[in-house]
Write a protein that binds this ligand. Sequence first.
Ligand code: AMP
Length: 218
Amino acid sequence: MYLILFGAPGVGKGTQAKFLKEYYGIPHISTGEMLREAVKANTELGRRAGTLMSYGKLVPDMIILQLIRERISLPDCTHGFILDGFPRTLQQAKDLDLLMDTLKLPHFITIEIRVADRLIIERLLNRRICESCGTDFNLITNPPPEDMRCPNCNGQIGWRKDDNEMTIRHRLEVYNKETAPLREYYSSENGYFAVDGSKSISEVRSNIRQFLDDRPVA
Ligand code: AMP
């Protein structure tokens, strides 16, 4: 199963990817997460990407493609993977197609998660994340414990630097300009499904699962 989770920041791609990863036993590849790890480790890539990320700007296509090329060549990707946050530009989509052709891998199934911008802003402003294990919380719908210690791993719960209103608005602008046009690119393929991401996590999950389960085995 080769999946692309497509949608603006904050629509719940990461949340659904965690479930799909378990369900299908394939890795979840988030370019944002890979970049945040590079920032944390203070590698050269992290230093280059960190500033762009803190302003909500895209990291150059060449850098991202290199990351993806290396990641999907690892043995755990042999039977499929889930892409989250990639591709984000038309160039990235075209490069990905070339890469898949070169590796003789099949076409992707694309799941688009749609949520109105207003709700995205509210979600991202209230998002909290365990800095150690990445568990998500939301101050309104799924509040973290008062001591801000993660119930799973006892790590510190904090928030992403780019989850502030100014950067969120810029990320949405970038999404609408650079990434949303990819809908045309993928929606003409028969492996495309759009789901209403304003519903509960479990409803979105079961809608996605139903679509995938109903598909004939390739
Ligand atoms: P995300 O975790 O997907 O919201 O990504 C966080 C940030 O990482 C984005 O705002 C970009 O600065 C950068 N980023 C992640 N994926 C990509 C990508 N495919 N292309 C360019 N920049 C990316």
